[in-house]
Design a binder for this molecule. Structure first.
Ligand SMILES: C[S@@+](CC[C@H](N)C(=O)[O-])C[C@H]1O[C@@H](n2cnc3c(N)ncnc32)[C@H](O)[C@@H]1O
Length: 417
């Protein structure tokens, strides 16, 4: 197995993260942190996809894997538990006609005229905490009007495409900054100056929306030839995927990392505006269902969580104990977090062993992590858990350094069934 030591000299390869997807047609429709790179999926498909016809993606997120697979003419089934991401992945992998594209453009022009002429309706603001931190008043008013107009402008596939364009405009008019691993806020005094400097902010905002519609329209008819099915399912204990179990040639995914990133937290502006979230309690409940979820109610529930009979390699409990002792207030919580993460992942690996056909392979792009200076070697744990779950062989390759901390590395873990 490749060790952290051999990975020290590695560069932080931005082309292997979601940042690279922005250039890639439908892959670049929305720039969301959970996504991994098209290039990485293509490399895995090129190296391991010889003769493969079917691909399974258990943590589908923004749908990078099924879209890449479908562009190569493969059949893909993908699952996730986040309803917004299920919707987005379906929209990104659907087939659109020239008629859809023409209707999209016509609908967007109508919306633009209504907003410019001050005839737009508006909608109630979503209960996003501290919404005034996200948008300045003029931008917020525009986003609410755009949301209302998009809703009444079209149905079916055209409405979905309009919503993607709405999401692009909504986020680009916000104060959210994406220069960290997770979303944060821009320096608000600077953005405020920019926005006050505009003579007719509304007209600029409308231009932004029309440009976002063009980006969506440009890739809409670039239809992938392969068939895709996206379903809402928990990656732990999956069965009955429609295809006979054991039939998938490849499993390719980037699962949640054991690093406390909350996808619900990251995606909340999209989820609230599109109505996939209606309150904070619901957000906490959804995050509790997610592997590695840690937001709101999910945090307090961790403290009373009890392990199942999942296989845990014997070198993990001593690491968990060290994490627990490392901090008087949060050590126990972090220790529970790490333990539950690998308990959950084992549940998934057991399902994966049933889903991948004998001779097929599973590919996990995952990073290790540290808690109070204690390294959690996710790649080694994955290999041992894959073997215990029924895979014949498992190995990990280091692929990139994740940030300035020298021990944080991204791995490609391969399990052969
Ligand atoms: C790193 S992201 C996946 C990124 C994806 N490969 C892409 O390119 O967008 C991890 C995903 O796992 C999903 N997830 C977390 N827990 C899950 C579970 N128990 N079952 C299914 N999906 C889950 C999250 O909603 C999130 O979309």
């Amino acid at each position: 197995m490749t060790t952290v030591a051999t990975a020290r000299s590695m560069r932080q390869r931005a082309e292997l993260t979601f940042k690279q997807n922005v250039q890639h047609g439908r892959h670049g429709w929305l720039r969301l942190t959970p996504a991994y790179s098209v290039k990485l999926v293509d490399q895995v498909l090129a190296e391991f996809g010889d003769g493969a016809r079917t691909v399974f993606e258990p943590f589908s997120g923004t749908g990078t894997t099924p879209l890449c697979a479908a562009y190569r003419g493969l059949r893909a089934v993908a699952t996730d538990i986040n309803p917004f991401l299920i919707w987005l992945a379906r929209v990104k992998t659907a087939k659109y006609t020239e008629k859809h594209r023409a209707e999209l453009q016509a609908a967007s022009k109508k919306i633009a005229t209504r907003v410019r002429d001050g005839k737009a309706r508006t909608t109630a603001l979503p209960p996003l905490k501290n919404i005034e931190r996200w948008w300045h008043p003029a931008e917020l008013e525009f986003v609410a009007a755009l949301r209302a107009e998009v809703d009444r402008a079209a149905d079916g596939p055209v409405s979905d495409l309009l919503k993607v364009a709405f999401c692009r405009s909504m986020i680009s008019l916000s104060n959210a900054a994406f220069n960290h691993q997770s979303m944060s806020f821009k320096d608000s005094s600077r953005t405020r100056q920019v926005s006050l400097a505009l003579e007719h902010p509304n007209a600029k905002f409308v231009e932004q929306f029309l440009s976002d519609v063009r980006t969506v329209a440009d890739a809409a008819t670039d239809n992938p030839p392969g068939n895709v099915r996206i379903e809402k399912r928990d990656a732990r204990g999956q069965s009955g995927l429609g295809a006979p179990e054991g039939s998938f040639d490849l499993l390719i995914t980037s699962p949640p990392y054991p690093n406390r990133m909350s996808y619900i937290r990251e995606l909340r502006p999209y989820m609230y505006w599109l109505g996939f979230l209606t309150d904070a309690k619901e957000a906490g409940e959804l995050d509790w269902e997610a592997i590695g979820g840690t937001w709101g109610i999910a945090t307090s529930r961790l403290l009373t969580w009890k392990p199942t009979d999942a296989f845990i390699p014997k070198y993990l409990p001593p690491i968990i104990e060290k994490i627990s002792a490392a901090h008087p207030k949060n050590g126990v919580l972090m220790a529970q977090y790490v333990h539950k993460y690998f308990d959950d992942m084992f549940g998934h690996f057991q399902s994966a062993a049933k889903i991948v056909r004998p001779g097929g392979s599973a590919h996990y792009i995952v990073g290790n992590s540290t808690f109070y200076g204690h390294l959690v070697p996710a790649e080694r744990l994955y290999c041992d858990q894959l073997l215990a779950a029924g895979f014949k062989a498992a190995d990990a390759r280091a692929i990139r350094k994740r940030d300035s901390k020298k021990e944080l590395v991204g791995f490609h873990v391969i399990g052969v069934r």
